[in-house]
Design a protein. Structure first.
Ligand code: NAD
Length: 506
């Protein structure tokens, strides 16, 4: 990780990346990066000053002049090298990620791997950034499009996927010829910084990728700065809505992928064992801190009788530090997050839902100070209860009941969020009806966490997304480029000149 350590015993201080150099911040404001399983302080991260944000944007703006002209093959080869480096450092990256974020080592490798897939896709940029060409749209006239980079783009990322989500952003922005300023989550910036180091090692030139750390003030500065042409944001609905408004107001392209309340719909004809396994994994994996976590399940008809089996399955999951072998559920990111989740569980009890499994304050020998919440299940939840209306972002599964598939679809579509959903059934007709009528971005059919591979783009509907185009895949090539349409005629000097034509024809 790139951090300065003034003395061997001192906590390292995370640096900024400006113009190709890792530099210490001159800020007076810092926060600790804390291991959520032990409370050990791993590093201190600065909140960059306004001058430092300006310097990062300035470096990106200066680098754009030559980077935008860099041939496609040269850009692509950097990402070929980068994917090799990430692969070679997979375990090291996962260990950094687990230490600062808490998820299990296997899940941390998955976090890096899903980002690596986007890097592999960026290496194929030659096939992705292609314009269109129409021959002879009029006599001797051709029309074609150029997909040109925008300039400086900025990315603001959340704590829950500190490898994958930065890798959703800067590789595709840079591969398409833009330069980039990244603002990682201040809660777990270390694995992101290691990935940035590897990106420089892969050959990304000075100034093409820059990193500033911080919170609201830095984000606002990125939204406001006239030289930033596009902003990609992933995080909560509250902050994403603010970023969308503020950056749009400043005339930028903006894409915001935001909060969720993902419903799994379980029909009684589903394969019971597979479905219960899928639900438990998708609700409690990563301690429920995935934007695609199946945090809500709608049990339809006779599937309502499966609750005791689901509870039994959840009880088998092992709560422990992410570094310990055999762990299923690690800690949540911070003490504040644990308190928030515990508060919502208490609210669920107060509001009359049935607490089928209470995961509060589990015993985790050796990690007594960790932010642990064990798998928790409520049944009898309803719209209007806080456990249903709010994104809990912890290992809490909220069960609702419906009599029919139609009723379940109506319930999902009435929820404000539209990030992900899944149906469990053996009926093709029911699954097809679901995919047609459900108003949600990612739809799984017997797939609990249907995050698309980068041949496609991440999508989202209603309160889960603002902006037309999603991250990675084909949509992000459109997001990170400006289409220029050229209509061209080359005169044949041997042909007689046409007269003056005052009509609109070519
Ligand atoms: P967050 O919104 O608190 O933080 C996201 C980013 O915004 C961070 O970089 C943070 O520093 C910055 N930020 C925080 N407060 C700000 C403010 N007041 N003004 C400006 N910037 C601010 O999100 P989080 O807690 O880090 O991440 C969890 C959330 O992200 C969940 O809601 C989850 O569903 C969502 N998420 C969504 C997706 C998706 O693709 N839809 C993916 C991952 C996470």
């Amino acid at each position: 990780m790139n951090a300065t350590s003034p003395a061997a015993t001192a906590v390292p201080v995370v640096e900024l990346l400006i113009g190709g150099r890792f530099v210490p911040s001159r800020s007076l404001e810092f926060r600790d990066v804390v291991d959520p399983a032990t409370q050990a302080v791993l590093a201190r991260v600065p909140f960059a000053t306004a001058d430092e944000v300006d310097a990062a944007i300035g470096a990106a703006q200066a680098a754009f002049a030559s980077w935008r002209r860099t041939p496609i093959g040269a850009r692509a080869r950097i990402f070929l090298k980068y994917q090799q480096l990430i692969r070679a450092h997979l375990q090291e990256l996962a260990a950094i990620l687990t230490a600062e974020q808490g998820k299990t080592l296997a899940d941390a490798e998955g976090d890096v791997f899903r980002g690596l897939e986007v890097v592999e896709h960026a290496a194929a940029i030659g096939n992705l950034q292609l314009g269109e060409f129409a021959n002879n749209v009029a006599g001797g006239v051709d029309t074609y499009t150029l997909l040109q980079p925008l300039g400086v783009c900025a990315g603001i990322t959340p704590f829950n996927f500190p490898a994958m989500i930065p890798l959703w952003m800067f590789p595709m922005a840079i591969a398409t010829g833009n330069t980039f300023v990244l603002k990682p989550s201040e809660q777990d910036p270390l694995v992101t910084m290691r990935l940035v180091e590897l990106a420089l090692e892969a050959g990304i030139p000075p100034g093409v990728l820059n990193v500033v750390h911080g919170g609201e003030a830095v984000v606002n500065a990125l939204c406001d700065h006239p030289d930033v042409k596009a902003v990609s944001f992933v995080g909560s609905t509250r902050v994403g809505t603010h970023v969308y408004r503020r950056a749009s107001q400043a005339g930028k392209r903006v894409q915001c992928m935001m909060g969720a309340k993902n419903h799994a719909v379980v029909l009684p004809d589903a394969n019971k064992e597979q479905t219960l396994n899928a639900l438990a994994g998708a609700a409690f994996g990563a301690a429920g801190q995935r934007c695609m976590a199946a945090s809500t399940a709608v049990l339809v008809g006779a599937a309502r009788a499966w609750i005791p089996d689901l509870v039994a399955k959840a009880r088998t999951l092992k709560v422990n530090a992410g570094v310990e072998p055999g762990t299923d559920v690690g800690p949540v990111i911070s003490c504040a997050a644990r308190e928030r989740v515990e508060g919502l569980i208490a609210a669920g009890v107060d509001e009359g839902a049935t607490l089928e499994l209470d995961g509060r304050r589990p015993e985790v020998p050796g990690y007594e100070r960790g932010n642990f919440v064990g798998p928790t299940i409520f049944s009898g939840a309803k719209p209007g209860m806080r456990i249903y209306d709010e994104e809990i972002f912890g290992p809490v599964l909220v069960l609702l009941a419906a009599d029919t598939l139609e009723e379940a679809i109506a319930l999902v579509n009435a929820n404000p969020n539209g990030n992900g959903t899944a149906i469990f059934t053996q009926s093709g007709a029911a699954a097809r009806r679901f995919q047609e009528d459900i108003d949600v971005g990612q739809v799984g059919i017997n797939v609990p966490i249907p995050v698309p591979v980068p041949l496609f783009s991440f999508t989202g509907s209603r309160a889960s997304k603002l902006g037309d185009l999603g991250p990675y895949g084909k949509q992000v090539v459109t997001f990170y480029t400006q289409t220029k349409t050229v209509t061209a005629r080359w005169f044949d000097d041997t042909a007689p000149a046409a007269g003056v034509n005052t009509t609109i024809s070519l």
